[in-house]
Write a protein that binds this ligand. Structure first.
Ligand SMILES: Cc1cc2nc3c(=O)[nH]c(=O)nc-3n(C[C@H](O)[C@H](O)[C@H](O)COP(=O)(O)O)c2cc1C
Length: 274
């Protein structure tokens, strides 16, 4: 295929998906000798337009896995905001060292359902936003080198291909199964869907940095010590707050994090599909 542009598309509240998808797209674009663009759909205002591609596009599409799948609050936009029109695509999921479960196959299926032809895919471990003891510091140097190497192979495949390929085979259940149920340290489901970040009002300076990064637009700029809408637990507000004033104290959420720390600190490896 004659590819004339590579686009990095990503949802990335705390930056891991952005880092990986951008490095992937840069390496693919360099391999093909073409330009690269980015489309970030993390913030609510970025999820209004319909993004259209065509047969000369290679799209590297990435998202973190939440509860073993595409984050459910972003799924409607993944399903309605993109038109492939025959573009080639690489679904990429990042995950916090537990498992990407059905996240990659779900993303592959959504891209195929919306006019993209998937030619490669990857599930890549990255530091878990809930606790830095899971995949600490990842992606590391070895991860980044592996991403560049794989991106070159995917780009070569795109350039050499002369017929429309079958969807790339990736790990996961098809049809896609239910969301992973987070467990607590007692092995029982940890129900924290309604948990929201709290604010230490003595520490909060009211700067509003958290309001600017909330992917759900749930933190009002005029009252950043509150959370008035849906919270997806992405931790963007917590990681962004310069004063360290945001925190979660929901017992079920903390129990789930503890369970992850007890069971998922081993090194997990990326999985590549070509
Ligand atoms: C609500 C939520 C659910 C998550 N579920 C999983 C999961 O099922 N498996 C896993 O390995 N990591 C899981 N993670 C970890 C993220 O996939 C990981 O930290 C990722 O790097 C975050 O990407 P970002 O930096 O682009 O926001 C979850 C994170 C959040 C916020």
């Amino acid at each position: 295929m004659q590819i004339t542009k590579v686009t990095a598309v990503f949802f990335s509240p705390t930056g891991n998906a952005r880092k990986i998808v951008t490095a992937f797209a840069e390496a693919a674009a360099a391999e093909l000798g073409v330009g690269m663009e980015s489309f970030d759909y993390t913030l609510p205002g970025d999820r209004e337009e319909i993004k259209s591609f065509g047969p000369a596009d290679l799209v590297i599409f990435g998202t973190p896995v939440y509860a073993g799948r595409i984050p459910n609050k972003t799924l409607p936009y993944v399903q309605s905001g993109f038109e492939g029109n025959g573009a080639l695509a690489v679904p990429v999921v990042v995950f916090g060292n537990r498992n990407f479960d059905n996240g990659l196959i779900e993303l592959r299926n959504e891209l195929e359902a919306h006019g993209f032809h998937t030619i490669a895919g990857a599930g890549i471990p990255t530091e878990h936003v809930f606790d830095s003891s899971l995949a600490t510091g990842r992606p590391d140097e070895a991860d980044m080198a592996a991403i560049v190497e794989f991106a070159r192979k995917a780009a070569k495949k795109a350039a050499e291909m002369d017929t429309i390929p079958s969807p790339v085979a990736v790990r996961g259940d098809d049809p896609v199964g239910p969301y992973y149920t987070p467990l607590g340290t007692d092995g029982k489901p940890a129900v924290f869907l309604k948990a929201k970040p709290k604010t230490d009002t003595g520490t909060c300076t009211g700067c509003g940095a958290c309001a600017k990064v909330c992917p759900m637009g749930s933190i009002p700029a005029e009252a950043p010590d509150t959370c008035t809408g849906v919270c997806i637990k992405c931790q963007a507000c917590i990681k962004t707050c310069p004063a360290g004033a945001k925190y979660f104290d929901d017992a079920a959420f903390l129990s789930h994090v503890e369970m992850l720390k007890q069971n998922y600190t081993r090194r997990s490896e990326a999985e590549w599909f070509l």
